[in-house]
Every structure is written in C-alpha cells, then in structure tokens.
Design a protein. Structure first.
Length: 213
C-alpha cells in the first residue's frame, strides 16, 4: 500500500512539473491596446511581436536639469516599455548638474543598483536602525540600495554627472519624503507637530513644493 502511495505521489509530481513546463512562455509583451484587468494588460500575439518591442530609446536622451533639484530621472518602467512585462527588471537614467540631487526616497517594489557613467556622485542609505551608509562614487563604480530603504544621490563634483540604475521589478514605485510631506494636502499643523519644524518653515516648503492646507 505504501509503495502504491509513493508511486501515485511521484506520478502526480511529474504530471504537475510537465504541466508547469508546458505552460511556460518565452515572453509576454503587453498589448496596451487591450483592456487592463486585475493582472494587467493581455499578452500581444507572439506573431505580432517585433524586435522593437524589446528595445527602448527613452534613456538615450539627456534629461533637463534646469529645475529646483538640478536633476532629472528618466524612467524605463512598464508600461512605457511594454516589453518589460513579466520580466522583473527595469532601468532609469539619472542626469545631475553640479550640485544636483535626487532627494531622499524609497522604492517599495524593488532593490536598486546604480552605476556611475560620468562625474562624481555622493550616495547614501539610511537603514531602519537609522544607520547611515555613504559612498562617493566615481565613473564605473556601483552601489546597491536595498528595497524599501531611504536613499539619495548628490552630485558633489564640479561638472555634470550621469548614472543608470537597474531595478528588480518592471515598476518599482517611488516615494519622495519631501514631496509626500510638503507636496500633499497633509495639514500644516500635523506636519509641524510630527517634524518639529516651525509653522513658517512648513508653509514655505509647501509653497515651494505645491502642497495645500
């Protein structure tokens, strides 16, 4: 009886593995013309997929750094890049003028790995234990930012800096601390109470970042 049970278990296991193997597809380029459901967009008919679906030129152009933070992050996320669908990867381009900064932020959906292409970038991580990890990165050097931890990038050189970052998600999400506080409608009195900033400073920052209340 035990032998029969074992044989039945093995056959069931082989059958499930075979089914899983049969159901594997090479890719699922999203058909953005279809309706988006709970699981995303439908897959494009493989016969309609072309080489262009696997390429993206959006990161080839330098970003405009004539802004308050003197930096621009250009994303190559899904669905802007439909070929990423289901592959679990994405990329951004980071352009920073001298003194430019990508402010403190988190990615809830993925870890990040950054490589410096040009210039000097001072980058840091703040752990959940409030320990700070800082590095000054030169051309060709790499730094990793664990998923969900606060981090930033600052061009502390004298010329422009360029970097690219890869993510372990097609859309890792981003939340900037300053924008969440001062670019939202969170009441000023609550921000004052929770950050220990003066009312005047809170109102000034809300005015700069477009917050209300």
């Amino acid at each position: 009886m035990k032998m029969i049970i074992r044989i039945f278990f093995i056959l069931s296991l082989v059958s499930s593995i075979s089914f899983a193997s049969d159901s594997v597809v090479d890719f699922c380029v999203s058909d953005l013309s279809g309706s988006q459901g709970p699981t995303g967009y439908p897959c494009k008919d493989p016969d309609q997929v072309t080489s262009k679906d696997f390429a993206f030129s959006g990161l080839a152009r330098a970003g405009n750094t004539s802004n308050m933070i003197r930096a621009t992050v250009t994303t190559g996320f899904f669905p802007v890049f439909p070929g990423l669908n289901g592959l679990g990867v994405s990329m951004v381009r980071i352009d920073l003028a001298a003194g430019g900064v990508v402010p403190l932020h988190i990615h809830r959906g993925a870890s990040e790995i950054l490589v410096v292409i040009e210039g000097t970038i001072r980058a840091g991580i703040i752990s959940s234990a409030n320990k700070v990890y800082l590095n000054t990165l030169q051309k060709g050097e790499v730094m990793v930012f664990p998923q969900g931890l606060l981090h930033f990038m600052l061009n502390n050189g004298t010329g422009p800096a360029l970097a690219f970052s890869g993510f372990g998600s097609t859309n890792p999400g981003v939340q900037l601390v300053t924008s969440s506080l001062f670019g939202s409608d969170l009441p000023s009195e609550l921000i004052k109470a929770t950050t220990f900033l003066s009312h005047e400073e809170v109102r000034r920052l809300k005015g700069v970042l477009g917050g209300t209340n």
